[in-house]
Design a binder for this molecule. Sequence first.
Ligand code: GTP
Length: 596
Amino acid sequence: TPPERIRNFCIIAHIDHGKSTLADRMLQITGVVEERAMRAQYLDRMDIERERGITIKAQNVRLPWKVGDEEYVLHLIDTPGHVDFTYEVSRALEACEGAILLVDAAQGIEAQTLANLYLALEKDLTIIPVLNKIDLPAADPDRYAAEIAHIVGCEPEDVLRVSAKTGMGVEALLDEAVKQIPAPQGDADAPARAMIFDSVYDTYRGVVTYIRVVDGRIVPRERIKMMSTGATHELLEVGIVSPEPKPTEGLGVGEVGYLITGVKDVRQSKVGDTVTSQRRGATEPLTGYREPRPMVYSGLYPVDGSQYPDLREALDKLQLNDAALTYEPETSAALGFGFRCGFLGLLHLEITRERLEREFDLDLISTAPNVVYQVTTDDGTEITVTNPSDWPEGKVSEIREPIVKVTILAPSEFVGTIMELCQARRGQLGGMDYLSESRVELRYTMPLAEIIFDFFDALKSRTRGYASLDYEEAGEQVSDLVKVDILLQGEPVDAFSAIVHKDSAYGYGTSMASKLRELIPRQQFEVPIQAAVGSRIIARETIRAIRKDVLAKCYGGDISRKRKLLEKQKEGKKRMKTIGRVDVPQEAFVAALSTE
Ligand code: GTP
């Protein structure tokens, strides 16, 4: 297809505003999927995605569309919809010239959508604003058209109105896409350059890599080269998706499709990388490539220690499909053998954990998540800390922690309570805008560590669910942080060590100590629980002693009963972890680590 007949676009929308439904309707209206083969949400393939109603992995599809007598090819590129995947979103946007900004006509725009809209504007994409769900009685299109026009800088009349559910307005939307979105530009005679915007592992075919060709042509039976590593691969297949994969004779300037090499691991075919041909390779890669970098770390442990090998195997398998997931073995006195895992963010952690439990039938405990700290010790050594246990002993001269730019959208009545919350989390107000009389956008700079804990829940409960949140990386800052250890009988319990701001150390210490006092059963001796910063004790609780002499009940007589009791005690012991001399049931650790 000649580039002037191609239009590449994506849909930017908040969860539940109807992106999948609109994509489904487009598949149907363009005749790509027959009506009876149409199942809801054709493009969302992963079970968890469907259940949780979020899009994790991008899918894209080629749609034929006629305007008058002219035939066009539209490529719809699906973007992942969550903060943790901002980089993937930015690559998907890079593959497009236009974006449909889809907003629920009964809800208005949300923080997530706004953040992605800003990304799209930065990349100079043509934005087509669209209100969806106008069939709903609760829809208030006039009000939200004004709001969107204000944000995008267009006239309220320019905001299209559709119902993805009934199909109303969708044909007009496709016509507008052809009319407004510029055709792709590139040099057809230059050496091939294509950008990878997604890469997924398929059990049968190995890694399937989705690309957008910028220059030249990608043809099958030619070796390709990944420009970030120089690795070359034989091309087994090149094709388009419409809606099932179909091999083609090649992809030219502006075209979107997939390629398959023999590669079995998505880390060899990374999002953002440039593909060229080995024989006549390009010298300059496309801009914007970045290695996936974990932002949040947590320890994952099997509840049942014998599942450790299964956990390793499961992680190996998941990593084939997830270039951002990292892990290495670690041991904890409290939790036994497990892995320290790196994630893009909290949702990434949650999804991974859920997949491990669900798809691999594992029962897991995860330790409190932490961010990555850069610590300079007094003798000038630089240490990267991804685990509280790596925190250097002794004096440090500087500690840097990652910060993020946070965007919060909420009804204006909640401004006060949101500001309070953000200040308590060390937030710096960057700005505030009224999108309309009743809705406000707040911008903060905040330490990432303050967000990954339970910020989202706190925000939701303070705003009765009305606030929406987004954040993006914004570098790092020097902070006054300390490591708080929790000691049982003078022995530190590794799983509970945390790095917190100096001012929060006392709060963390007292709450952990009192939680543990409730959870740990009494022993035959007194057990002190302490919270300490270095050698300084900042909080203390005591578990009083009891004499738990079960055998005393047996009057020396019935020997079989005695044996049974001893057996039972042994059973119980198995699930105990011994810290110093103290037996602690594993459940106590699990309960203390859960954030309610
Ligand atoms: P993710 O894929 O999870 O990001 O969500 P989404 O934005 O794709 O939302 P989805 O298409 O799953 O739609 C969310 C809900 O809104 C579903 O229950 C749809 O049936 C419903 N919905 C979507 N479009 C319309 C519409 O035009 N009218 C009405 N009444 N409901 C709609």
